[in-house]
Ligand binder design. Sequence first.
Ligand code: 4NP
Length: 171
Amino acid sequence: MTHDRSVPSPRTPGHYRLGLVCLGNICRSPMAEVVLRARVDDAGLAGCVDVDSCGTGGWHVGRPMDERAASVLLAGHYDPSDHRAQQYDDTWPAAHDLLLAMDADNLAELGGRSERVHLFRDHDPIGTGDDVPDPYYGGERGFEEVLAMVERTCATLVAALQREPDLGARP
Ligand code: 4NP
């Protein structure tokens, strides 16, 4: 199994679309979406990198983030308030340059690894290729651990995006 930390080239030069996928779209992928968007913004790439997220299950469609996920994000000075859950469908692969699955089950739902489908933690320098564990049935601590993994992995992802030749290159 390869754990390639590079990202595939964008389909449209100068514009990158990243989609994050978990099960319910109320805990892990929305936490990663909010953190990744903040890091993209910090890197000056907000105008050319889009980030969104979805769940393979549809139970929570239209609902805001899980309160525990939101409070851990708020404690880290991120804003969770805009999130509304949405469900994965088969328009997602063509609409994104890279889909990142939070765990092996989510990855299997996307058809497994490919050039444009990775496990999120393929990009984590610690625990490369591991799952982001589902914190939904656990306590606050699980959400704090998810945030630490997500922050680390988003830093690596943004570094990979910064190596893309056409992104952020505009005067
Ligand atoms: P997520 O967590 O996939 O990280 O959003 C879950 C949220 C809800 C459920 C499972 C996992 N659920 O079964 O409702």
